[in-house]
Design a protein around this ligand. Structure first.
Ligand code: 5GP
Ligand code: MN
Length: 349
C-alpha cells in the first residue's frame, strides 16, 4: 500500500486539466538530469497512451547516457529549435513543468512559458517553489520528481494502464536522484514503487548497467586526472573542491554528461561532508554542491552563488574566473562551516 501524499483536490484538478487538453507540452530545467528526463518521458509515455498529443521541450541538450530511454530522440531542444519550441508552447493548452521550483530554471524559455496561455502544472520536489503555476504539486520530502509522476498517474486511476516505457523512464529518475539508492532513499515506499515498476517489466539491474556502466575510457581517464591532480582537501572544514577548466575538457575530449557524478566522489573520503565541483563553461562557471548528513549545501549555493536545490545536492553559478571563484569559496568556507558546527551544538554530525 502506497500512502496518499498528493492532495486529492490537486489530483482531480490535474486529471480534469489533462482530460480537457488537446495539446500538451512538458518542460524541465536547464542541463536536464536523469530525473528531469525520466519524469518527463515517464509522463509523456503515459499521456501518449491516453491519446494526448504531447511534446517534451528541454532548454538545452541532455547527456548521451540517457539516449537509450524510449523516445528520448523525440525531445525537442529549445537551444536548437527555438521557433518550433515557441510555437508549441504558445499553442499548448497545458504545460507540465517538471523537476524545478523557479521559472528561471528553464533558462531562455522563461518568458515564453510565463506568458503562454496554457494551464501550468508544476510537479517538483525542490524546496520553496515559486507560485507561477495554476496547479502546484510540490513535495520536497520525496526523493525524485519521477516518483511524484508515478504517484500522480496511480492516483488518477491509471496504474494498470502504465506501460513498460513509462515505467522504465520513471525508474531511471528514481534511481539517478537517489544515486542508485545510496542517498535520500530511506523511505520504504520507494521500494514498494520500484517493486511495482519491476512487475511492469522493468529490468532494474540492466537499467543500472545502462546508467552507470556505460562510460567512455576518456571519461574515466579524466576522472583519474581530476582525483590525482585537481582535488583539494580542506580537512578542517570537511570539504573538498575540484575544478575542471575548458582546456582540460578539450584535452580529455569531454562530452556532455562526462563529468556527471564527479562531485560525489570526494564524499567517499573519511571526514568529507561537503564537496564542490566547478566546471568552466564558455560563458559561465557551473557549480555543483553535494553534502552528507545535515550540512546544508543548498544554503551555501543560495547565499553565495545565486543557486539552490536540495539540502544534499544543489548548484549555482561561479563568480568571475574559476580561480577567483575558488579564492572566494576559501574566504567564506571557514565561517559557513563554523555556523553549521554551532547550529549542531558543537557536535559532529
Ligand atoms: P547538479 O549539480 O546535478 O547540476 O544539480 C544538483 C541539484 O541542484 C539539482 O536538483 C538541480 O536542480 C539544482 N541546481 C543546479 N544548479 C542550480 C542553479 O543554478 N539554481 C538552482 N536553484 N538550483 C540548481
Ligand atoms: Mn529531481
Amino acid at each position: 500500500m502506497i500512502s496518499k501524499i498528493i492532495l486529492e483536490d490537486l489530483i482531480s484538478q490535474t486529471k480534469k486539466a489533462i482530460d480537457k487538453s488537446t495539446s500538451i507540452v512538458i518542460v524541465s530545467h536547464v542541463n536536464p538530469d536523469g530525473d528531469a528526463i525520466g519524469s518527463s518521458l515517464g509522463l509523456y509515455h503515459f499521456l501518449f497512451s491516453q491519446g494526448k498529443e504531447t511534446r517534451i521541450i528541454m532548454p538545452n541538450s541532455f547527456p548521451n547516457f540517457l539516449n537509450f530511454l524510449p523516445d528520448s530522440s523525440d525531445i525537442l531542444i529549445y537551444d536548437d529549435y527555438q521557433d518550433e519550441a515557441i510555437d508549441l508552447i504558445e499553442s499548448a493548452d497545458l504545460v507540465f513543468c517538471l523537476d524545478f521550483n523557479q521559472l528561471k530554471r528553464v533558462g531562455a524559455m522563461e518568458d515564453v512559458i510565463k506568458n503562454c496561455k496554457a494551464t501550468k502544472i508544476l510537479v517538483d520536489h525542490h524546496p520553496f517553489p515559486d507560485t507561477f503555476a495554476n496547479i502546484t504539486i510540490s513535495h520536497p520530502e520525496i526523493a525524485s520528481t519521477s516518483e511524484l509522476i508515478f504517484r500522480m498517474i496511480c492516483r488518477m486511476g491509471y496504474f494498470t494502464e502504465m506501460n513498460i516505457h513509462s515505467a522504465e523512464c520513471i525508474c531511471t529518475g528514481i534511481m539517478t536522484d537517489t544515486g542508485a539508492f545510496s542517498y535520500n532513499s530511506n523511505s520504504p515506499e520507494i521500494y514498494t514503487i520500484i517493486s511495482e515498476l519491476i512487475k511492469k517489466g522493468v529490468d532494474k539491474d540492466a537499467l543500472h548497467r545502462k546508467l552507470y556502466n556505460n562510460y567512455s575510457a576518456q571519461r574515466m581517464q579524466l576522472m583519474g586526472y581530476l582525483l590525482s591532480q585537481k582535488m583539494k582537501i580542506y580537512a578542517e572544514y570537511g570539504t573538498a573542491i575540484m575544478v575542471l577548466s575548458l582546456a582540460e575538457q578539450e584535452t580529455y575530449h569531454h562530452k556532455k554528461g562526462d563529468s556527471e557524478g564527479f562531485v560525489n566522489l570526494p564524499l567517499s573520503i573519511h571526514g568529507i561532508t561537503f564537496s564542490i565541483f566547478l566546471k568552466e563553461e564558455t560563458d559561465t562557471i557551473k557549480m555543483s554542491f553535494r553534502s552528507q548528513g545535515n550540512f546544508p549545501s543548498n544554503t551555501f549555493a543560495n547565499r553565495y552563488f545565486n543557486g539552490g536545490g536540495h539540502l544534499n545536492a544543489s548548484g549555482g553559478e561561479g563568480l568571475g574566473t574559476i580561480e577567483e571563484t575558488v579564492t572566494y569559496i576559501e574566504s567564506i568556507l571557514p565561517a559557513f562551516y563554523q555556523e553549521w558546527v554551532d547550529n549542531n551544538n558543537n557536535k559532529e554530525i
